[in-house]
Design a protein. Structure first.
Length: 117
């Protein structure tokens, strides 16, 4: 497992942008697939985006608005969020899994994103 620390959350108006960052500990960051999940109040946690090697994945609800990227030299994964909507309001979690694994087994503490209308 790796230790993950997210940052970049905050309050933004609808239509605005935020960039989340997640820094991972350890020396084998490139061997991990990384993901972003979110949990809105009263709802279950849901997948937002993932990156495994150079392949990226997105939930339909964020396609075309969010972009995931990683910098292996900085052990960091990013989530650029544009055209934010009030329904994007949630706690966003960074997660990691070995590339060959199915389940994410390392999680950050979460960062709150609030989008006002």
């Amino acid at each position: 497992q790796v230790q993950l620390v997210e940052s970049g959350g905050g309050l933004v108006q609808a239509g605005g942008s935020l960039r989340l960052s997640c820094v991972a500990s350890g020396r084998t960051f490139s061997s991990y697939a990384m993901g972003w999940f979110r949990q809105a109040p009263g709802k279950e946690r849901e997948f937002v985006s993932g990156i495994s090697r150079s392949i990226t994945y997105y939930a339909d609800s964020v396609k075309g608005r969010f972009t995931i990227s990683r910098d292996n030299t900085k052990n960091t994964v990013y989530l650029q969020m544009n055209s934010l909507k009030p329904e994007d309001t949630a706690v966003y979690y960074c997660a990691a899994r070995r590339v060959e694994a199915v389940e994410y087994d390392s999680w950050g503490q979460g960062t709150l994103v609030t989008v006002s209308s």
